[in-house]
Design a protein around this ligand. Structure first.
Ligand SMILES: [Fe+2]
Length: 147
C-alpha cells in the first residue's frame, strides 16, 4: 500500500508546483492536487485494515516494476518542475501522460482485493484518474487551439 500512497502524494506535490508556476491553470492544478492528496490519504487509511486483507494484494514483481517506474517518472518531473524549466503545455502533457499510463498499465486494477473497502477505494481512484486524464486532454486541446 505504501507505494500507492507515496505515488499519489508525489503527484499531489507535482501539481502543487505546477499550480505555483502557471497562473492561468492555477485553480485546475490546485484542485487536482487536492484530489491526489485525498487519494493518498485514502490508501494510507487502508493499510490499517487487517493483515489478512493485506495478503490478498499479491502484487507480483512485474506490477511492482510498473509502480516503481511511474514513481521514478514522477521524481524526474518534480525536479524539472522545481527548476522552472517547463511551459504550461509541457506540464499538461506530462500530467496527461502520467494519468494515462496509470490507466493503461492498470495500476489500480492489479489485484483483486477481498475486502469490499479496498476494492471500492481502488475503483474510485481508478475512476478519478480517468477523469483527470480527460480533463488534462481537454485543457491541452484548448491551449493548442489558442496558439
Ligand atoms: Fe490523478
Amino acid at each position: 500500500m505504501d507505494i500507492f500512497c507515496k505515488n499519489e502524494e508525489k503527484v499531489a506535490d507535482l501539481y502543487y508546483v505546477y499550480a505555483d508556476l502557471f497562473v492561468t491553470h492555477s485553480d485546475l492544478w490546485s484542485m487536482i492536487s487536492a484530489q491526489e492528496r485525498e487519494h493518498s490519504r485514502l490508501f494510507r487509511g487502508l493499510s490499517l485494515i487487517d493483515e489478512e486483507d493485506a495478503s490478498s494484494f499479491k502484487i507480483n514483481r512485474h506490477s511492482m516494476g510498473i509502480l516503481n517506474y511511474i514513481s521514478r517518472f514522477i521524481d524526474d518531473q518534480l525536479s524539472i518542475a522545481r527548476s522552472g524549466k517547463i511551459d504550461a503545455a509541457c506540464a499538461l502533457e506530462t500530467a496527461l501522460r502520467l494519468e494515462q499510463s496509470m490507466i493503461e498499465k492498470k495500476c489500480f486494477e492489479m489485484f483483486e482485493p477481498r475486502s469490499e473497502e479496498i476494492y471500492e477505494a481502488f475503483r474510485r481512484v481508478n475512476h478519478e484518474t480517468g477523469q483527470h486524464r480527460d480533463r488534462f486532454q481537454k485543457e491541452l486541446k484548448k491551449l493548442i487551439a489558442k496558439k
